[in-house]
Design a protein around this ligand. Structure first.
Ligand code: COA
Length: 337
């Protein structure tokens, strides 16, 4: 059977670091409030000067992942690009990344599933590989949030949470009798909550897509019903984890590491508690990066691998919930060394 195996990872964070103290100079917030409610201490943002888009951050992460896999870009059968902050309204950031990688024909597909972009991307890669449509896939998650945040007190509930960054994984189809690679995935969406976390404009439903009045009202900035999203996450994440484990026929104690989307440290601690997981089973790095949306799970994987928290033969569950709302989980086992 052909299995979709993660061969390598890579990450890129722009060097500018924003502390909670800096944000407190711009809006009515405090380091204490941000750390207590979210766990976040700092985040990376792109430089103030210069046009840097999601594809530029994604490119840097992709180069690292490709080099670690020992693959040339022209050996890729497919590029998947997950982002909620695309460089342009269209074409997709995947095409811009493809161009920067020096490719002229390789297909590129954007995934617009926000915080679950990596989970939808892994599942898409798995389907392409199992069906024989592709053998080598590059999956990138990249976000530039900082250019789209309301950094006045009006936007403080959202602005303090998000960070810029990118991460990439190389996924390969391998013939294996053992249970390796993606063992199972579970994806869900519930559009009832579409307005609970959204950017309203510019949008095709408005003519013109945005106007000065809308800009004055701040309708170009993300809005979030934080309490509702929080409640949904705390309920759905344990549920979808049980679902994916059951599909894969893997017990909770056979999982070496859980890598949740990094939306709020308290959400992930609640997940840990609900599943009664022992210390060290859930990976957290939101403290240093904030919420990097589609980049957050592969970014955490890259760090977890570097720190030896997961390695050859290890079983990892990726999980998350975000705008849409969408939620899901993917279970993956790395081959032995
Ligand atoms: N600094 C200081 N005070 C702030 C603030 C900030 N940055 N943001 C909001 N507040 C205020 C609110 O105005 C409110 O004041 P009030 O009580 O006078 O009305 C108070 O803090 C509490 O706000 P609330 O929204 O109830 O806080 P919370 O405990 O729910 O925390 C979030 C807010 C956003 C951190 C939390 O709801 C959350 O993380 N939600 C989920 C986010 C998520 O998972 N998103 C999906 C993935 S992107």
């Amino acid at each position: 059977m052909t299995r979709a195996v993660i061969r390598s990872t890579g990450r890129y964070l722009p060097p500018r670091i924003l502390t909670n103290e800096t944000l407190s100079e711009w809006m009515d917030t405090s380091d204490e409030w941000i750390q207590k409610r979210t766990g976040i201490q700092q985040r990376h943002w792109i430089p103030e000067e210069g046009d840097v888009g999601a594809s530029d951050l994604g490119y840097e992460a992709a180069v690292v992942a490709l080099q670690r896999a020992g693959w040339r870009a022209d050996e890729l059968d497919l590029i998947l690009f997950a982002t909620l902050s695309p460089d342009l309204f269209f074409p997709g950031s995947g095409c811009l990344l493809q161009r920067r990688l020096g490719l002229r024909e390789t297909p590129a597909l954007d995934i617009r599933q926000q915080c679950t972009g990596f989970l939808y991307g892994m599942t898409t890669a798995d389907a392409y590989i199992r069906s024989g449509l592709a053998r080598r896939i590059l999956l990138v998650g990249a976000e530039v949030h900082s250019t789209g945040l309301d950094i006045s007190t009006r936007g403080r509930d959202v602005a303090v949470i998000f960070g810029d960054g990118a991460a990439a994984v190389c996924i390969e189809g391998v013939s294996a009798d053992d249970d390796v690679g993606v063992l199972a995935s579970a994806l869900h969406a519930d559009g009832t909550y579409a307005e609970s976390l959204m950017v309203e404009a510019p949008a095709s439903r408005f003519n013109p897509r945005i106007n000065e009045n809308m800009l004055r009202q701040g309708r170009q900035y993300p809005v979030m019903d934080g309490r509702n999203i929080f409640k949904l996450a705390v309920h759905r994440l344990p549920e979808v984890t049980a679902e994916v484990l059951q599909k894969a026929e893997v017990g909770l104690d056979q999982v070496d590491l859980f890598i949740p989307h990094q939306a709020n440290l308290r959400i992930n601690q609640a997940f840990e508690k609900t599943l009664n997981l022992p210390e060290g089973k859930v990976f957290h790095n939101i403290q240093r990066y904030g919420n990097t949306t589609a980049a957050s799970i592969p970014l955490a994987l890259d760090e977890a691998w570097e720190q030896g928290r997961i390695g050859p033969g290890g079983t990892v569950v990726f999980l998350g919930l975000g705008a849409g709302v969408t939620w899901g989980a993917v279970i993956h086992r790395f081959p032995d060394a």
